[in-house]
Design a protein around this ligand. Structure first.
Ligand code: NCD
Length: 331
């Protein structure tokens, strides 16, 4: 299949084939990242702008590394320190980015839907790096790549997603990416942090809500712990953080009851000792660091596909030639 999309806003309406195409391309990118010189000239001369209007460490660095590994020209704009602080509108900011030559705009924004607003108003491609509670498609894809690496084919595999589902764009994008690959999702979390319709029997296809964490973990082939989104909480949704850990945390004791080899993932940043114990986060089941590496590969894949769309990108994997070695700097 050929890549057709101009933007990556959500994987909600993606086919299984599209998801597979990105995962296959990302696997090729992992090979580039394993080379002594982690760079290919595929996007030389192309301009990628990272517009991050909300806090981020790993997603931003991951996109930056991805763009640089493809030799793209890369600029980063954050809300603080840019004209956004002076009250410039989102529209004016992105039109400026485009006028400055951005061909791909990677954006993170606290408002759900912001990347859609931008995609309708610029000729650049837009990649959503997280919008409010809504979607985080590259996280869904990197979690799929990580789970495939650990479990192989995801058909019929049971993935438990535990924690603050209500505020989690990661949970939504994981569902939209893993279910088309055949996985079944068991959600667990405090009832106040689960969308009410999902609790009342109308969860999306392939998704079930479990009343307690033990039931969700029972028979799980993989576990994804989610960050408690304290910044998005209204007062009163939780009794206390200690009770949260007792009731919903992926504690050492709970992890010890999983079948051998069942991996634990977390999108980061982690609240260790709340939704996940440090011993689990850094223990033998943890794929957290693998997720970070896979994130770079998935973002390289998407940048590459968007930049070469229409040119038969999927057939051009062999063109990922190694970059010329750096020339010696004279002493
Ligand atoms: C997530 C995010 O920002 O949505 N982090 C990430 O991108 N790695 C998850 C979170 O903030 O909890």
């Amino acid at each position: 299949m050929r890549w057709q999309r101009r933007h990556v806003l959500s994987t909600e309406d993606w086919s299984r084939e599209e998801i597979e195409l990105v995962l296959e391309q990302a696997t090729a990118m992992l090979e580039v990242l394993a080379r002594p010189i982690r760079r290919t000239p595929a996007l030389r001369g192309r301009t990628v702008v990272l517009f991050f209007a909300e806090a981020s460490t790993r997603t931003r660095m991951s996109f930056e590394l991805a763009a640089k590994s493809l030799s793209a020209d890369t600029s980063i704009i954050t809300a603080s320190g840019s004209s956004v602080e002076k009250g410039e509108t989102l529209y004016d900011t992105v039109r400026t980015l485009q006028a400055l030559g951005a061909e791909i705009i990677v954006m993170r924004h606290a408002a759900s839907g912001a990347p859609y607003f931008v995609a309708e108003r610029v000729s650049a491609s837009v990649i959503n790096a997280g919008d409010g509670w809504h979607a985080h498609p590259t996280q869904g894809l990197l979690d799929a790549l990580t789970l495939r690496g650990a479990l192989g084919d995801l058909a019929g595999k049971r993935v438990a997603i535990v924690g603050d589902i209500l505020h989690s764009r990661v949970a939504r994008s994981d569902i939209h990416t893993l279910v088309p690959l055949g996985a079944r999702i068991a959600l667990a979390g405090p009832p106040t942090l689960i969308p009410s319709a999902w609790r009342e029997g109308s969860a999306p296809d392939g998704v079930t809500y479990e009343r307690d964490v033990e039931r969700a973990l029972d028979g799980a082939d993989a576990v994804i712990a989610l960050r408690l989104q304290k910044e998005r909480q209204e007062a009163g949704l939780l009794a206390s953080l200690r009770e949260y850990r007792t009731a919903w945390g992926i504690t050492e004791e709970r992890a010890a009851r999983l079948r051998p080899g069942v991996p634990v993932l977390h999108p980061g940043p982690m609240n260790e000792g709340i939704e996940i114990d440090a011993a689990v986060a850094h223990g033998p089941r943890s794929l957290v660091e693998r997720q970070v590496t896979n994130g770079v590969a998935v973002r390289m894949a998407l940048l590459y596909l968007l930049a070469t769309a229409g040119a038969g990108a999927a057939e051009r994997l062999d063109e990922l030639a190694p970059a010329a070695p750096p020339t010696e700097v004279p002493a």
